[in-house]
Design a protein around this ligand. Sequence first.
Ligand code: DX5
Ligand code: ZN
Length: 222
Amino acid sequence: MIAPSILSADFARLGAEIEAVAGNDLDPRARADWVHVDVMDAHFVPNLTIGLPVVRSLLEVTDVPLDCHLMIEDPERWAPGYAEAGAYNVTVHAEAAKDPVRIAKDLHAAGARAGLSIKPGTPLDDVVDVLRHYDTLLVMSVEPGFGGQEFVPEALDKVRTARRLVDTGHLDVLVEIDGGINDETIERAAEAGVDCFVAGSAVYGADDPARAVAALRARAAR
Ligand code: DX5
Ligand code: ZN
């Protein structure tokens, strides 16, 4: 699965930017599976992006499943609102969550998939016990906060371990990767066992974002 991140899109024309990778007229190989929405609060990460009002507006203009990545403090308080609004997958950070099991239950009760993310410095061990409550594990392959950063190769070991854990434990959890994904790193991530690839600058920095999605998909399948 390919999930373009609108962090690298033109914020003045988000509806059109989503349409460019999710339009119904696109070849299915060029069409995004999810669109990734990076929510930052200038506290959990040193950057500020968009929040629930913008997500609500986006949900009105697109049918593509929105994958909301909440890089925010106090996810217990804020995450359920995104699910209630209609986001398809809502991911919170393990480093910010005080009660990750409750968050997953609240997200499910509101009708969304629940995702749990770990920063490059956070060991997988920190989330192993709660993973079965979640539907998505988002492994960060850059320090969260900004697009266009270089891929952290150590994330691949974490993906391999996560892949094994999910497969041997028969967990119904998608392994997603986010940060520095391009035509080259996506092959390594695919080989390590990633199911869903977030790509910001590699998609929206390209002349033709839909073609970039198709190219990434082809690379991941090699
Ligand atoms: C970073 C965000 C990513 C970002 C990825 O904090 O979570 O989703 O948009 O951008 P690229 O693909 O450019 O690294
Ligand atoms: Zn993200």
